[in-house]
Design a protein around this ligand. Structure first.
Ligand SMILES: C[S@@+](CC[C@H](N)C(=O)[O-])C[C@H]1O[C@@H](n2cnc3c(N)ncnc32)[C@H](O)[C@@H]1O
Length: 247
């Protein structure tokens, strides 16, 4: 069981992603739990204030230290789980990090909003910062949902283990293309090897498609896949035919 404790000013945003489809089933099966915590509940003033104007002036508001820190401390408790802030200046979130996090028992996800949070909370209480891409969202909620979804599907039992074994980014390569019935659609037949019944040939074709697609779309990934030992001698021969070498 992997528990996600999500700290947010807008818990209502999580309705849908956590209440539908695979994440819903995973929670019903007791494989994951997504718990929402409203940071505002830790504000102590009459208006439940969670943000304030920035010191030094400038646009926007900043999430106040006290309610957020109290919320993190109360939720994290004694177990010292990773406290992860979603932030556009964080470490780029990858499939490798998703695998790493899927082995935790509990993860605390902190969603920033407005201009972000008081820097002192980041220094004092946040243990890791993740960015889901080089663009700026209005808040960390969508980013937390991305992390939640990508991590949850890797928890054993949530989806068929075979589905995640060869998919894009699992071993540094992109995935091969998929086809389903009908065998011919708008004069486009499926690749004949897929209906040949030769499992060995299908596996070989799929491997080559992964290599070809990765070279065409993300050549930057191939050097890393090679360095990480994911490419076989046969892969390298095939890639050489396509004009790629480890250089
Ligand atoms: C409007 S953004 C703040 C941007 C901040 N002022 C900056 O320039 O870096 C508000 C919040 O959205 C979240 N956020 C925005 N873009 C993100 C991204 N690419 N990855 C993860 N979180 C993001 C963070 O939690 C952030 O605190």
């Amino acid at each position: 069981m992997l528990t996600f404790d999500i700290l947010t000013l807008f818990p209502g945003m999580f309705v849908g992603p956590t209440t539908e489809s695979i994440l819903k089933r995973a929670q019903q099966a007791g494989l994951i739990e997504a718990r929402l915590h409203n940071i505002r509940d830790w504000a102590t003033d009459r208006h439940r204030t969670a943000d304030d104007a920035p010191y030094g002036g400038g646009a926007g508001m900043v999430m106040k230290a006290e309610p957020l820190a109290a919320c993190i401390r109360a939720v994290a408790g004694a177990g010292a789980p990773p406290v992860i802030l979603l932030s556009p200046d964080g470490e780029p979130f990858t499939q490798a990090i998703a695998h790493e996090l899927s082995r935790e028992e509990r993860i605390v996800l902190v969603c920033g909003h407005y201009e972000g949070l008081d820097e002192r909370v980041r220094e004092a209480l946040v243990t890791r910062e993740l960015s889901i891409g080089d663009y700026v969202l209005t808040g960390g909620e969508l980013a937390a949902m991305v992390v939640l979804d990508a991590v949850a599907r890797l928890v054993p039992g949530v989806i068929d283990a075979e589905s995640t074994a060869e998919e894009s980014h699992s071993d540094g390569l992109l995935e091969y293309p998929h086809y389903t019935r009908p065998a011919v659609w708008e004069e486009r037949p499926v690749p004949p090897v897929l209906v040949s019944g030769h499992h060995g040939e299908v596996a070989k074709w799929r491997r080559r498609e992964r290599l070809r697609r990765t070279l065409a779309r993300r050549p930057d990934l191939l050097a890393r896949a090679h360095a990480d030992g994911h490419l076989t001698r046969e892969d390298l021969v095939y890639l050489a035919d396509l004009g790629w070498g480890p250089g």
